[in-house]
Design a protein around this ligand. Structure first.
Ligand SMILES: [Zn+2]
Length: 559
């Protein structure tokens, strides 16, 4: 008797929802019962209300709105996102002048010597090209004028180049004689004058100056800023219906901090982290790794992040054939292949997943080659789920290899439409059509596509990402990019939820509305499966729930 009563007790009942579980068909008048943060039953509202209404502590009427598993961002930079919120956000800037003006405002308020940091500019997205320019890049003269005493460091939207002012270059000890480092370039004009633009590995010179300044700050100050950024990132994600985030590169120190937050129940959402640090610094420091399901399954760290090339916009993507708009140039290999092999060995020996950033078709092929070799040498190890981050431009011949090797293509829908203005320019029509963001071809070949926003490279908002996946249309101009490669709506939702859970080895605990999984849910104002295409972007997050707790609710949310 007692036992029966116990099993009929629950904390929360959500009902009257258009419930899309992702791993099953939608339930039109759906309901879910939650106990101890987990889903214990899914069904129709009529059935569930009849049996459970008297046995739950709380009920939420969803008023027919769209209930689905919380979004999982499959690739982003969690603390970078938070920092971006704290720093200058240049993602929406439409001209160089607008950027100069926003630096000017910061410089007027900044303490002497303090660095002004920003991110998100992109010269291809300006309404009018800047003059004078080199490859479309401006000179830093205006930045020097508005900020003579404060170093300025403005990262490119791609994360693969930056603009520094004169003060930042001085503080980073850059002189006329400073050579280009291996795998990087200090952009100079025909007369040898450096513009202030640093590409790929050359960015480290300016980061060095910035880090030197930061190192004079005391540890407590730095950690306080880091914590603030983490809080901001969490808040921002929850507002956008994101219940799990896959961080594509943190240091071991950051991993420790995240784990402590998880253990003290202070992580706002579930976090999966890839470690990004030089191999020599990792060796001997991986005790306790992989970190699985830490802090009540809020934190996981089981992967290593590495880079093989740069980005397409800055001509850093490593291509099999030269760029269409840069004769003879095939991009940059930023980590020697031999070193990537060593990282692969290290991952295999340590039981870690390997995740390599690869944009160009040569980069993707080379990573597949490295993985294939490593898997062959360790054929006893199964279900490794190694990932290629971005997998952006793939030679059609390499697409079936993802499936054959079980490699996950960890892509970003929104990159497709936001890069659209320059992809054909860089690659030419044929390569763009056959191998740029080839989602349809990958899915048809049975490849698992994980999906993210790469925030803060793009906004962390999953709705524009979803729109890009199902339409391949730009939000501003409506211009479509090779629509034959679109995903269906169900496929798109799958890549933003369950596929990301799979890519983190966590499909047994999250990613769908299924009995036994965590109640990580989002309630949306529109039905993503059926709303008209042109209204998708108007979709609002009404409520976000992590582990059965409401972590965000919009003023439109009626309980
Ligand atoms: Zn990234």
């Amino acid at each position: 008797m007692k036992k029966d009563h116990d099993t009929r007790e629950a904390d929360l009942l959500l009902y009257n929802a258009y419930l899309y579980p992702v791993d099953a068909d939608p339930i039109e008048n759906g309901a879910a019962v939650i106990r101890n943060g987990k889903i214990i039953l899914v069904g129709t509202s009529d059935e569930i209300l009849k049996d459970w209404e008297k046995h739950v502590k709380e009920k939420i009427d969803c008023h027919g709105d769209f209930l689905m598993p919380g979004f999982i961002d499959g690739h982003g930079h969690f603390n970078g996102l938070g920092n971006n919120i704290l720093n200058l956000d240049l993602l929406n800037t439409r001209s160089w002048q607008e950027i100069v003006d926003s630096v000017k405002v910061r410089a007027q308020k900044a303490k002497a010597g303090e660095w002004i940091v920003g991110r998100g500019w992109h010269q291809e997205k300006w309404d009018t090209p800047v003059n004078p320019n080199v490859n479309g890049y401006p000179y830093n003269d205006e930045l020097n004028a508005v900020s003579p005493n404060n170093p300025v460091l403005l990262s490119h939207a791609s994360g693969h180049s930056l603009m520094a002012n004169k003060k930042a270059m001085e503080n980073s000890h850059v002189t006329k004689e400073t050579p280009d480092p291996v795998g990087g370039r200090i952009v100079r004009d025909a007369s040898g004058v450096a513009l202030g633009v640093f590409e790929e590995n050359a960015m480290d010179i300016i980061y060095g100056g910035y880090k030197e300044f930061e190192s004079y700050k005391d540890e407590a100050d730095r950690i306080a800023t880091w914590m603030e950024a983490t809080r901001e990132a969490g808040r921002h994600c929850l507002e956008h219906g994101i219940t799990s985030f896959e961080d594509a590169g943190s240091t071991l120190d950051e991993v420790k901090r995240y784990q402590q937050l998880a253990m003290s129940d202070s992580l706002p959402l579930r976090l999966y982290v890839m470690v990004h640090q030089p191999l020599e610094e990792l060796k001997g420091h991986m005790e306790g790794f992989p970190i699985l399901h830490s802090g009540n399954e809020m934190f996981t760290c089981r992967a290593i992040k590495a880079y093989i090339d740069g980005a397409l916009g800055s001509y850093g993507a490593w291509m099999l054939e030269p760029y269409a708009d840069k004769a003879g140039w095939t991009g940059q290999n930023v980590t020697p292949v031999e070193d990537l092999r060593k990282i692969a060995d290290f991952c295999m020996a340590s039981g870690l997943q390997m995740c390599v950033h690869a944009i160009g078709d040569k980069a993707n092929r080379t990573v597949l080659d490295i993985y294939e070799e490593e898997f062959k040498a360790h054929s006893d190890k199964k279900d490794l789920r190694w990932r290629i981050e971005h997998a952006q431009h793939i030679d059609p011949g390499d697409i079936p290899r993802f499936k054959q090797l079980g490699v996950i293509a960890s892509m970003q829908g929104i990159h497709c439409t936001s890069d659209a203005p320059f992809v054909v320019k860089r690659l030419g029509e044929k390569r763009a059509k056959e191998g740029a963001y080839p989602w349809r071809t990958l899915l048809d070949a049975g490849v698992v596509i994980a999906n993210g926003t790469d925030a803060p490279v793009e906004r962390v908002d999953p709705i524009p990402n979803f729109y890009a996946l199902v339409t391949r249309k730009r939000v501003d101009t409506g211009q479509a990019f090779f629509q034959a490669q679109c995903m269906s709506r169900k496929e798109a939702i799958h890549t933003c939820t369950l596929a990301n859970a799979y890519a983190a080895f966590e499909e047994d605990i999250k990613g769908s509305i299924t009995t036994g999984k965590w109640a990580d849910l989002v309630l949306l104002s529109q039905n993503l499966l059926h709303c008209p295409e042109d209204s998708i972007l108007k979709t609002k997050v009404l409520m976000t729930m992590v582990g059965g707790k409401v972590k965000y609710q919009n003023e439109l949310f009626r309980q």
